[in-house]
Design a protein around this ligand. Sequence first.
Ligand code: PGA
Length: 256
Amino acid sequence: MRKRLVIGNWKMNMLKKEALELAQRLSELLSHLNQVDIVVAPPYTSLDVVYKVIHKTNIQLAGQNVFWEPSGAFTGEISPYMLIEAGCKWVIIGHSERRDILGEDDNMVERKIKASINAGLIPILCVGEKLDEREKGYTMKVIKSQIEKGLKNLNLADPNSIAIAYEPVWAIGTGKNATPEEAEAVHGFVRETLRKIFNGIADNIRILYGGSVTPENIKGLISSPDIDGALIGGASLRAESFAKIARLIGGMPHWT
Ligand code: PGA
């Protein structure tokens, strides 16, 4: 039985004061929700203030990125151990904004995944096709390649030591989300691909959907068998909407 998982990716938003207020409100709204694992990923500069608010609650902390070396002359980078010291248990790796805007490739993603797992962080590997790739019928090919390259030579015994997020690039921040049927087709394929890599434990690895998730569309998505939760950008910046999504993912009625 896979426990559902919801992650709020705050991206490059929230100065400390705003981050503090959002974390406080989320703690109030979500402190009794144990049916779902809840994670927030603030920018690096707000990790400490958010950690102080949430560390005694059920809300966990994630980094939005990481470097693969433990320390050294890598100006501007953050190591897995620095994230752990800041209170992180999780780290988002290979987000399409990093791949497309910052030039991150599958080889870098693979190194980041390995370094994170070795340090004790749980990586969330993001994969997803662009609009032209979908239109040309290359979706599954792109997803397979990103997963196989990102997880190359990785031996995993514990299915909870990693999660996958399927985020169609055309759905991120655009208001266009994949239909539950479109998302489930890819999630089922991700599961199949994981089975070929990890055999038995693949059935217990959580696969999240991401891309314009809202309180309105989450119900349809989460009722699909291979969608185990969501990675949420825009809607995670408002406490009420993130909390509503988390409650719906946890199978709770929302209160409005
Ligand atoms: P979005 O972002 O919910 O704003 O589309 C999702 C993501 O990039 O993880």
